[in-house]
Design a protein around this ligand. Structure first.
Ligand code: G6P
Length: 757
C-alpha cells in the first residue's frame, strides 16, 4: 500500500512538473520571438539599402551589422534566387539548416519561423521576406538565435517545481497522518490499552474518552459493564454460597439467614400482600394474589420467619387482622407476621393505580403503552411511601433489622428508612425490567426515584442488563460517583451495590399442592369440568396484563389451528387468566378484548363437542395452576417485556416426569436461564404458530433432554438460592449515615409530615 501511494505521488509529481515546465518554455519562446522580431526590425532598413547596391558591395556594407551578440548568433542575407549574399561569421555554417524557413519566405510568406537542431543545440530561425516599394522580392533576411539556455532553464524549473510539489505532498502526508493519529489511532490505542488493563483487572473507572465514533464509545461502556459484571460474578461465585452445588432448601436458607441477620429481624415490605381476605357471600375468603413477587417471597418468610409489611387491599382485611393490622400467616400454619398498612381509596388510587401502575409500570416495560404522570399521583406516592416506612419503623422499634424492599411501588422507602435508621441494612429488589436511560428520562420525578432507591445498601435486579441500564441511568441523571469495577454507586457519602439476582421459585411439593392420587383425582375433575377429553392440552397462566402478550398468543394459537388443521379436535389451549388491576380501564378493556378474540377463534374452528380455546378468567389457586401445568404438554409464555416470568419456571418445576415443551418469549428475563425452551418473538405470529407446531411434534428424547436441563437450572437456582445470595451479599455491605446528606428533599407540604415512629 505504501509503495502504491509513493508510486502514484511520484508519477503525479513528474507529470505536474513537466506540464508546468512546458508552459514556462512556451512563454520563454514567445519572448525570444519578440526579441528576434525586434532585432530583425532594427537592421531591416540597412539591409534594404544594401540590397539596392551591386551584390559585391552588399556584403561589405553589411559586414559588421550581420554579426550577432551573445546568444543571438547573427544574420544572413539571401538574394531572391535563394543564394546567400552575406552573413555573420557564426551563422555561416548553418546555411543548410536555415533552408526550410528560407524557402517558405521565398515562396511568399512574409516571415517564417522554425526551431532547428544543429550541432547538439537548438536554434531559433526567423526568415523575413524583404520587398521593394513595388512589392518585388529583394531578398530574405534570416536571424539565428541560440536556444540552449531555454532548455536548460526548462529542465531547472522542472526540477525546482518537482522539489516543491514533493515538499508540499510530504507536508500534507504528515498533516493527514497526524490528524488520523490524533483522531483515530491514539484513541483506539488508548482503548486497546484500557481493554488490556480491564482484562488484567487494573482498568481505570471509565473507558477512554474521545473515541471517534459515539456509538463505539457507548458500546464500549456497555461492554466494560458486562465484562466487569462477569468478572465480579465469577469472583462472587468463587467465594459464595453456591460453590458446593448442594441444593438450597428451606432449612439451609434458614441457617444462612441466621448468619446474615446476626440477631436482627427480617422484614419484607411490598405493596402486594401475600395473603388477602376478600368478602364472598358475606364471609372472608382467603386469596393468595397472583404474581411473581408473592410466589417468590412467601417461601422465604415461611422459611426464615419475620415480618411482611404490605398494603391491606382486601375488603375483609381489616376484620381478619388485629387492631394494629397484624395477623400471622399462612392462616392455617402461622410462620410469620403480616402487618397490613391501610390506605384510603384516594391514596390507593393515586399511589397504586396512578403513579405505580399507570406511570412506572409502563415506563419500565417496553410494551408500547404510554405512561401517565400526574402531580397529584406523585404526592400520594410520596405519602404512601412515607406511610410504609413509618409502619416498618414502628414494627422494628429500636431493634436490629434487615429490610428487603420490594419493587417499583416503594422506590422512596430505602432512602426514607435510612434517614430515620442509618444503621439498618436495606436491600431493594426491582421485580420488573429497568429500561435504558432514554426511556426512563421521561419520568418527571426520575431523580427523586433514583435517589430514593439509592438509599439501599444493595439494589437487585433480575438480569445484568437491567443493572447496566440502571447504572447508565444513574450516571446520566444524578450527580453520583459510579464505581464500575464493583458495580456500585456512591451518593451523598453512601454506597449502594447493584447486582443481578435472577429470582426463582420453590418446588410444587413445598407449596403443598395435591400430588399422587389426589392430583390424579383433581386432574380428572378439571378435565370433566372443562370438557378436556380431547387429549393433550397447551396451557398459558398469566395475570391479565398488556405486558404478557396475550392477544399475540391467542392469535398465534388461532393461526396454528388454521395452518395445521390436523391438530384440530386433538389439542386444546387453556388460558388461566387472573384478573388484575381491574380498577384501571386499560386492564378491563384487555379482558373484554381477549374474551372476544377467544370467541372469534373458537367460532372459526370449533366442532360439535370441541373448542380450541378455553379462556378461564378467575383467581385460580396454586393447586389448580399446578394441575393444569402438570397436564399440559406445552406451555406458552409470550411476554412482550417481563422482568423474569416465574410461570416459565413453574411449568418446568411441574414436570417431574421430564416431559413437556416450554415456548418462551425472548423478551422475558427467564429466557436467559431457560435456553432449552423454544424461544419465540411474540410479535411474529407466523413464527409463533410454527413454534407451537414444532413443540407439539417434538420427539420424546428431545423433549426430555431439554426438560432435564431446564429442571436442573430451576432446581439449583431455586428461590432459596436467590434469597440466600441476596441476604449474603446484603450482609456484606457497609451501612453508613445518611442523615443531613441533603440528597433527597421531600416535596413541599409533605416535608413537614416527616417519618413519625
Ligand atoms: C408484578 C409486580 C409485582 C406485583 C405483581 C402483581 O409481578 O412486579 O410487584 O405484585 O405484578 O401485580 P399487582 O398489581 O396485582 O400486585
Amino acid at each position: 500500500m505504501g509503495f502504491l501511494i509513493a508510486g502514484v505521488v511520484g508519477i503525479a509529481t513528474v507529470a505536474l512538473a513537466w506540464l508546468q515546465a512546458q508552459r514556462e518554455r512556451r512563454i520563454d519562446l514567445e519572448d525570444l520571438d519578440r526579441r528576434m522580431h525586434l532585432v530583425t526590425h532594427q537592421i531591416k532598413d540597412s539591409v534594404h539599402d544594401a540590397l539596392r547596391r551591386p551584390e559585391s558591395g552588399t556584403a561589405k556594407l553589411l559586414a559588421d551589422q550581420l554579426e550577432g551578440h551573445r546568444r543571438l548568433l547573427g544574420f544572413a542575407v539571401f538574394g531572391p534566387d535563394g543564394r546567400r549574399i552575406a552573413s555573420g561569421k557564426a551563422v555561416a555554417e548553418f546555411t543548410e539548416e536555415m533552408k526550410p524557413a528560407l524557402l517558405q519566405a521565398l515562396a511568399g510568406k512574409s516571415e517564417a519561423i522554425a526551431t532547428i537542431r544543429a550541432q547538439d543545440t537548438n536554434l531559433q530561425v526567423l526568415a523575413t521576406r524583404l520587398t521593394n516599394e513595388d512589392g518585388a522580392l529583394q531578398g530574405v533576411l534570416v536571424a539565428v538565435h541560440e536556444m540552449s539556455h531555454l532548455d536548460e532553464r526548462a529542465a531547472m524549473r522542472m526540477v525546482h517545481f518537482a522539489y516543491w510539489i514533493l515538499l508540499i505532498t510530504f507536508l500534507l502526508i504528515i498533516l493527514v497522518v497526524g490528524v488520523t493519529w490524533a483522531a483515530y489511532e491514539r484513541p483506539l490505542k488508548n482503548l486497546a490499552e484500557w481493554m488490556r488493563r480491564l482484562r488484567t483487572d487494573n482498568a481505570p473507572e471509565a473507558p477512554p474518552t474521545g473515541l471517534p465514533v459515539a456509538l463505539l464509545a457507548s458500546e464500549t461502556e456497555r461492554l466494560a459493564a458486562s465484562f466487569r459484571a462477569a468478572r465480579l460474578q465469577v469472583s462472587t461465585d468463587s467465594r459464595s454460597i453456591t460453590r458446593d452445588h448442594k441444593l438450597w432448601t428451606r432449612e439451609r436458607l434458614r441457617a444462612q439467614a441466621v448468619d446474615c441477620l446476626q440477631g436482627g429481624q427480617l422484614v419484607v415490605v411490598s405493596n402486594r400482600e401475600p395473603y388477602m381476605h376478600q368478602l364472598r357471600d358475606g364471609k372472608p375468603r382467603l386469596i393468595v394474589p397472583a404474581g411473581g413477587l408473592v410466589t417468590a417471597l412467601d417461601p422465604i418468610l415461611q422459611a426464615c420467619g419475620g415480618l411482611w409489611v404490605a398494603h391491606g387491599a382486601g375488603d375483609a382485611d381489616r376484620q381478619t387482622a388485629d387492631a394494629g393490622g397484624r395477623l400471622t400467616v399462612p392462616p392455617d400454619d402461622g410462620r410469620y407476621t403480616l402487618r397490613r398498612v391501610w390506605l384510603s381509596r384516594e391514596e390507593e388510587q393515586g399511589y397504586y393505580y396512578g403513579l405505580s401502575n399507570e406511570g412506572l409500570w409502563p415506563l419500565c416495560h417496553l410494551a408500547h403503552e404510554r405512561p401517565t404522570f400526574r402531580a397529584s399521583d406523585w404526592d400520594h406516592y410520596v405519602e404512601a411511601n412515607r406511610r410504609f416506612t413509618a409502619a416498618i419503623l414502628e414494627e422494628i422499634g429500636s431493634s436490629e433489622a434487615t429490610v428487603l424492599v420490594q419493587d417499583f411501588h416503594l422506590a422512596l422507602v430505602p432512602h426514607l428508612l435510612k434517614l430515620a435508621r442509618p444503621d439498618i441494612r436495606v436491600g431493594v429488589f426491582w421485580h420488573i425490567p429497568w429500561p435504558n436511560p432514554e426511556a426512563f428520562r421521561i419520568c418527571p420525578w426520575r431523580a427523586e426515584i433514583l435517589k430514593g432507591i439509592l438509599g439501599a445498601d444493595l439494589v437487585g435486579f433480575h438480569l445484568q442488563q437491567y443493572c447496566n441500564n440502571f447504572l447508565d441511568t444513574v450516571d446520566r441523571m444524578v450527580e453520583a460517583r459510579l464505581d464500575w469495577d464493583h458495580f456500585a454507586v456512591e451518593l451523598g457519602g453512601r454506597r449502594s451495590l447493584v447486582r443481578p439476582f435472577p429470582i426463582s421459585i420453590e418446588s410444587w411439593a413445598e407449596r403443598g399442592v395435591p400430588l399422587g392420587d389426589a392430583l390424579t383425582r383433581q386432574t380428572a375433575q378439571l378435565q370433566e369440568r372443562y370438557k378436556l377429553d380431547y387429549g393433550p392440552i397447551i396451557v398459558g397462566v398469566d395475570r391479565v396484563d398488556y405486558t404478557k402478550g396475550l392477544p399475540e398468543r391467542l392469535r398465534a394459537v388461532g393461526r396454528f389451528f388454521e395452518k395445521y388443521p390436523q391438530h384440530r379436535r386433538k389439542l386444546t389451549f387453556v388460558q388461566l387468566a387472573a384478573p388484575s388491576r381491574t380498577h384501571l380501564r386499560r386492564y378491563r378493556e384487555l379482558i373484554v378484548e381477549l374474551e372476544s378474540l377467544a370467541d372469534e377463534i373458537n367460532w372459526k374452528f370449533q366442532a360439535e363437542d370441541w373448542k380450541p380455546i378455553h379462556f378461564l378468567v378467575d383467581h385460580h389457586d396454586a393447586a389448580t395452576v399446578h394441575a393444569f401445568l402438570r397436564m399440559a404438554s406445552v406451555c406458552l409464555v409470550s411476554s412482550l417485556h417481563d422482568g423474569m416470568n416465574l410461570v416459565a419456571k413453574e411449568f418446568v418445576a411441574a414436570k417431574p416426569e421430564e416431559d413437556g415443551v416450554l415456548v418462551l418469549s425472548e423478551f422475558a428475563g427467564a429466557a436467559r436461564e431457560l435456553s432449552d425452551a423454544l424461544i419465540i418473538n411474540p410479535y411474529d405470529t407466523e413464527q409463533f404458530a410454527d413454534t407451537i407446531h414444532a413443540a407439539v411434534e417434538m420427539d420424546v428424547p428431545e423433549r426430555r433432554a431439554r426438560m432435564q436441563r431446564m429442571r436442573q437450572v430451576v432446581e439449583e437456582h431455586n428461590v432459596y438460592w436467590w434469597a440466600a445470595t441476596f441476604l449474603t451479599e446484603l450482609s456484606a455491605t457497609r451501612t453508613s449515615d445518611l442523615r443531613n446528606s441533603g440528597q433527597f428533599e421531600l416535596p413541599k407540604g409533605l416535608k413537614t409530615a416527616g417519618v413519625h415512629v
